[in-house]
Ligand binder design. Structure first.
Ligand code: NAG
Ligand code: NAG
Ligand code: NAG
Length: 486
C-alpha cells in the first residue's frame, strides 16, 4: 500500500514536472489545429476535462457524467472544436480546432481530472498567415508580402521560399524579415510564396499565391526571338488573361549603344495584329518575311489602369553563309550566322530527306557551326538545316538548299530555302512571259501568212491599173491628135 502511494507520488511528480513546459503549435489560418494533451499512462477511470483559452474563457469541457459544454465563443452552429472520445482510453485529450482564425491564436490549457489525479497542460497556438498587399498587383506597382504569426514569437526565425526555392530579396534586404518583398511588382514575384517560421524547435508555415499582372509573354525584358531570314515570325506580346490593354503600340528601337533607345522604323512586312490574336489580351505582332535588316530591338506596350506597361524584345535573324572552297570538287563551306549569338551554346547541321511519299526525315547530326560538303555528290542534294541551341534547348533553325546541276562542275548551290516561294513566283512569271511572247510570235507569223498574197495582189493590181491607165491614155492621145488634125 505504501509502495503504491509512493509510486503514485513519483508519477504525479513526474507528470507535474512535465506540465510546466509549454507546447508550441503552429497552424496556418484556415487549416485544422491539434492542441496536444496527452496524459499517459492509459486509465479506465472516467475523466473530467476542461479546455480553457488565455487562462479564463472555457473552450470546451466534459463532466464525469459525460455532459459536454462549449464556451460561448465556440458554440456556433458549425462546431469547430472537438475532443475525440475514442482517444480518451489511451490518455489522449487533444483538442481539434477546425478552420482556425487569427483570433484563435493564444495560450490554451487543458485540465484533466482522473480520480485523484489532476493533470494540466499548456499549449500556445500560433496562427500563421501570409498577407499580400494585392494578390494580383499590376506590373510596376508597389507590392508587399508579409508573414503574420498570431501571437508573434519574438525570437522566431523567418525564411521565405518562392515556388519552393529560397527567395533572395532585392535591395540587400535581410531575408529573415516578416516582410519578404516591398518592391515594384515584376514577373519574378509571381508564384507560390511560403514563409517558414522556426521557433523553439517547431516549424510553422503559411503560403499565398501572387500573380503579377502585365505582359506575361515574353516573361521578361530583352527576351530573344529567333527567325531565319525570309521566314515569318511572331513577336509575342501577351498580357495576363483578362487584361485588355488600351492604345497598344509597337515600336522598333534604335540600337542600344546610342545612349537612349529611340524609336526606329518598323519593317515593311510588319503587321501589328499577330496571326493568333483573337483575344484582346494578345497583342502579338508578326513579320511576314524577315530580312537581315529587321534584326534588333522591338517594344510593345499598352495602357492598363492608366499606366503604360512595356515589354522589350530582341529579334535575332539567322542565315546561312556559303563560300565555295573548290570549283573542281564542288565543295562549299556553309556557316550558320546569327545577328546575336549571346545565348547560343552549340550548333548542329542535319540533312533533311524526303522520301517518295513526301514524309520527312533527317540524316545524322553533324556538330558545329560550319559544314564542309560537296555539292557534286548526289546524296548531298536538298535541304540542309542548321539548328542552334541555348542552355535551355533548341532556339531555332535555318535551312539551305543545295541543287546539283548534273555534270556541271563548280555549279553554285542555289539560294536559301525561304526564297523558294519567290523563286516559284518568278519562274511562273517567266513562263507566262514566254507564253505571251510565243503567242505574239505566232500571231505575227499568222498575220504574215494571211497578208502575203493579198499584198502581192495589191501591188499587181496597182501595177496593172497603172498600165491600163497608161494604155488608155496612149489610145486617147492619138484620138485627140487626130481630132486636132482632123
Ligand atoms: C505552395 O507551396 C506550399 C509549400 O511548398 C504548398 O504546400 C502549397 O500547396 C502550395 N500552394 C499552391 C497553391 O501551389
Ligand atoms: C572546311 O574547309 C576549310 C577549308 O578547306 C577548312 O579550313 C575548315 O577547317 C573545314 N571545316 C570543317 C568543319 O571541316
Ligand atoms: C526548323 O524549324 C521549324 C519551325 O520551328 C520546324 O518545323 C522544322 O522541323 C525545323 N527543321 C529542322 C530540320 O529541325
Amino acid at each position: 500500500m505504501l509502495l503504491e502511494y509512493f509510486l503514485f507520488g513519483m508519477m504525479t511528480f513526474h507528470l507535474s514536472g512535465a506540465q510546466n513546459e509549454v507546447t508550441e503549435v503552429f497552424a496556418e489560418a484556415g487549416s485544422q489545429a491539434v492542441l496536444p494533451c496527452k496524459c499517459g499512462p492509459p486509465s479506465a477511470r472516467i475523466p473530467a476535462i476542461i479546455w480553457r483559452k488565455d487562462g479564463k474563457s472555457t473552450v470546451w469541457r466534459k463532466q464525469k457524467s459525460g455532459l459536454e459544454y462549449w464556451g460561448y465563443a465556440w458554440s456556433s452552429k458549425t462546431q469547430r472544436v472537438r475532443c475525440p472520445h475514442t482517444m480518451f482510453e489511451s490518455g489522449d485529450f487533444s483538442l481539434q480546432i477546425d478552420n482556425v482564425k487569427e483570433e484563435d491564436g493564444g495560450v490554451y490549457s487543458c485540465r484533466v481530472e482522473r480520480g485523484v489525479q489532476v493533470i494540466e497542460k499548456t499549449v500556445t497556438l500560433r496562427i500563421t498567415r501570409v498577407s499580400v498587399s494585392s494578390s494580383a498587383p499590376i506590373w510596376g506597382s508597389d507590392v508587399s508580402i508579409t508573414c503574420n504569426v498570431t501571437p508573434w514569437p519574438l525570437e522566431a526565425l523567418v525564411r521565405w521560399t518562392l515556388n519552393d526555392s529560397p527567395f533572395e530579396p532585392q535591395n540587400g534586404a535581410a531575408s529573415n524579415t516578416r516582410t519578404a518583398a516591398m518592391e515594384k511588382a515584376t514577373g519574378r514575384l509571381t508564384g507560390n510564396w511560403t514563409c517558414v517560421v522556426n521557433y523553439k524547435g517547431q516549424e510553422g508555415r503559411a503560403s499565398a499565391t501572387l500573380s503579377v499582372q502585365g505582359v506575361i509573354h515574353p516573361p521578361r525584358d530583352d527576351a530573344k526571338v529567333y527567325a531565319a531570314v525570309g521566314s515569318a515570325v511572331t513577336l509575342p506580346c501577351v498580357f495576363s488573361p483578362g487584361l485588355i490593354p488600351s492604345d497598344p503600340v509597337w515600336e522598333k528601337l534604335k540600337p542600344v549603344f546610342l545612349t537612349k533607345p529611340a524609336p526606329g522604323r518598323l519593317p515593311a512586312s510588319f503587321s501589328a495584329s499577330g496571326p493568333l490574336s483573337p483575344l484582346p489580351s494578345d497583342q502579338s505582332a508578326s513579320l511576314k518575311e524577315v530580312g537581315l535588316g529587321d534584326e534588333g530591338r522591338y517594344r510593345c506596350s499598352g495602357v492598363i489602369k492608366g499606366q503604360r506597361l512595356t515589354r522589350n524584345m530582341q529579334l535575332v535573324v539567322a542565315k546561312v553563309h556559303s563560300s565555295v572552297q573548290s570549283q573542281n570538287t564542288g565543295s562549299v563551306t556553309l556557316t550558320c550566322q546569327l545577328t546575336d549569338t549571346g545565348e547560343v551554346t552549340n550548333y548542329e547541321w542535319v540533312h533533311v530527306i524526303y522520301d517518295l511519299k513526301g514524309s520527312r526525315s533527317v540524316g545524322p547530326i553533324l556538330e558545329g557551326k560550319t559544314l564542309n560538303i560537296s555539292t557534286m555528290s548526289e546524296g548531298n542534294q536538298g535541304e540542309w538545316s542548321c539548328r542552334f541551341y541555348g542552355k535551355d534547348g533548341l532556339l531555332g533553325n535555318v535551312t539551305y538548299h543545295i541543287q546539283q546541276m548534273s555534270g556541271v562542275s563548280g555549279e553554285k548551290p542555289t539560294s536559301v530555302s525561304h526564297n523558294t516561294a519567290a523563286t516559284v513566283g518568278l519562274s511562273f512569271l517567266l513562263l507566262v512571259m514566254l507564253l505571251i511572247l510565243a503567242q505574239i510570235y505566232k500571231n505575227h507569223q499568222r498575220r504574215k501568212g494571211i497578208f502575203r498574197y493579198p499584198a502581192l495582189e495589191t501591188i499587181v493590181h496597182t501595177v496593172s491599173n497603172e498600165r491600163e491607165e497608161r494604155e488608155r491614155n496612149a489610145v486617147k492621145k492619138p484620138t485627140r491628135k487626130t481630132s486636132v488634125v482632123g
